[in-house]
Design a protein around this ligand. Structure first.
Ligand code: NAD
Length: 486
């Protein structure tokens, strides 16, 4: 923490263009050395090759450029006009001041690309960081941090490896802000401790994204899209589709086509194994619970061999008594809930515990957009799902148990910078409202109140009152100077 603080002192005063240049250099090198990081995430958390490339290795340069575009206007000094009648001779501006050292506590599911949206804006806006990667992905996140550090002043990027105890200890070292991404249970602990210590904290927690499938949807695209967003990263994404609310009239066709497609997917090439035994246990528990409560397994339902592989599992006829509908599964499982129509689907979706992403699948885009406005979620898509998690210009956030943190876009910057208003007064004369007070000032206040309400009755008195008040003030201070008062 001390080393990070020392390094931040200078970095915080380095022009944005230079900071961006350093990060561009790091991002270029990351992209060139992408095979290394792909290998690490494949070994460490079992990503399939294509996902290691597309979700972890391809993005750093675009992310740095995107963040630079967000930050240039957002961090620029901004002049603010003050009413010249109320505040004559005054000039004001607002500047964004880096908070100092940002603690970044991260999960394992996107151990490299998941860091862009906190690490890049934190550094670019003039902070140092202490990164606490997940204990399940230390080498992938460590690779990212090491490479970044090599392009930045010494000490600016620190890494604290270890489990939850290390994360908890990091907060006790009093960083100036904290970005937490992870489960609601941990997020709650981190948010409470940060509040106790007075550390601003942005907490982004889980998701249980629903897809609403309307009868008029393009079935092929809908099946393909929901398949992708349910099974990408073996469903271990906060923005994975975990529930499909399907209009009853097309439910049979939807389920049948999904089952056909899922049969063709290849374990290890299309669908990754689970990342760890903890996830495997949750997935099994949710499936067992759903089957015991009357769901039917249309496909999958069991592990693949002895390892962490799990067959993509499509569960039909699910309902909200089941943990597969209520709680985050974070696995290759899709629960189908049959509904009468969009009203029922929206009501059910808005009652889910989480509120990160949702989508509507329909051929009628205008209707889809109208329905999107009724979904109480942070990211709502029509005919696609949650593909903007790494887009710096669009906010990524949620409601309910997902938390109140905002990632991406200028709306996320309050975690990294605080505003400083600087006001300069060019006036040499005294101010009307300064002490000592007298009756002229009180009368002046009444006339000003009338004027604010467009009552012009006593307006004619204003110049005279101002002159009288200023004369009295000047006389008071002249007398003070010559020792006549007090
Ligand atoms: P987790 O909560 O178990 O761990 C997250 C991080 O917190 C880890 O680095 C862990 O070591 C640390 N930690 C644990 N206890 C701590 C404590 N007491 N104090 C400080 N730090 C502590 O989560 P996970 O299993 O790594 O990640 C999966 C979860 O992350 C899922 O719920 C997923 O939805 C969520 N997630 C959310 C988003 C989002 O944008 N909303 C993105 C990715 C992942």
């Amino acid at each position: 923490m001390v080393r990070a603080r020392d390094a931040q002192d200078t970095w915080g005063h380095t022009p944005l263009a230079e900071r961006v240049k350093c990060l561009l250099g790091a991002a270029r090198e990351m992209l060139q050395r992408r095979q290394e990081v792909m290998q690490l995430v494949e070994q460490e958390i079992g990503k399939v090759h294509a996902e290691a490339l597309f979700t972890e290795a391809l993005g750093p340069l675009d992310a740095v450029k995107g963040w630079a575009s967000v930050l240039r206007p957002a961090l620029a000094r901004r002049k603010v006009r003050l009413n010249p009648l109320g505040f004559p001779g005054k000039r004001a501006q607002v500047e964004a001041v880096p908070r100092g050292v940002i603690a970044i506590i991260a999960p394992w599911n996107f151990p490299v690309a998941g860091l862009y949206r906190s690490v890049f804006p934190a550094l670019m806006s003039g902070n140092a960081i202490v990164l606490k990667p997940s204990e399940y992905s230390p080498r992938s996140s460590g690779w990212f941090a090491e490479l970044l550090a090599a392009h930045l002043p010494a000490g600016l990027v620190q890494v604290a490896h270890g489990d939850g105890a290390v994360g908890a200890a990091l907060l006790e070292a009093r960083p100036d802000a904290c970005v937490f991404t992870g489960s609601p249970a941990t997020g709650r602990k981190v948010s409470i401790r940060c509040a106790e210590l007075g550390i601003p904290c942005s907490a982004e927690m889980g998701g249980k994204d629903p897809a609403i499938v309307l009868a008029d949807c393009d079935l092929e695209r809908t099946v393909a899209g929901i398949t992708h967003w349910a099974l990408c990263n073996a469903g271990q994404a906060c923005g994975a589709i975990e529930i499909a609310y399907v209009e009853r009239s097309i439910a049979d066709a939807f389920v049948a086509r999904m089952a056909e497609v899922w049969k063709e997917l290849r374990a290890g090439t299309d669908v990754a194994p689970l990342a760890n035994a903890r996830q495997l246990a949750v997935v099994r528990e949710h499936i067992d619970d759903a089957l015991a409560r009357g769901a039917t397994a249309v496909s999958g339902g069991a592990p693949l061999g002895q390892g962490l592989g799990f067959a993509p599992t499509l569960l039909d006829r699910c309902d909200d008594t089941m943990s597969v509908v209520r709680d985050e599964t974070f696995g290759p499982v899709l629960a189908v809930v049959r509904v009468e129509g969009p009203a029922e689907a929206i009501r059910a979706a808005n009652q889910l515990r989480y509120g990160l992403g949702a989508s509507i699948w329909t051929a009628d885009l205008a209707r889809g957009q109208r329905l999107a406005e009724r979904l109480d979620y942070g990211v709502v898509s029509v005919n696609n799902h949650s593909f903007t998690g790494a887009v710096p210009s669009l906010p990524w956030s949620g409601t309910r148990a997902t938390g109140f943190g905002v990632a991406n876009s200028a709306l996320a910057l309050s975690t990294f910078v605080r505003p400083r208003a600087v006001v300069v007064d060019r006036r040499k004369d005294l101010e009307l409202y300064w002490m000592p007070y007298d009756e002229t000032l009180v009368e002046l206040g009444d006339v000003l109140a009338d004027l604010q309400q467009n009552r012009l009755g006593r307006a004619w008195k204003l110049p005279g009152l101002i002159r009288r008040r200023m004369r009295a003030l000047r006389a008071f201070f002249r007398r003070r100077r010559s020792g006549e008062v007090g």
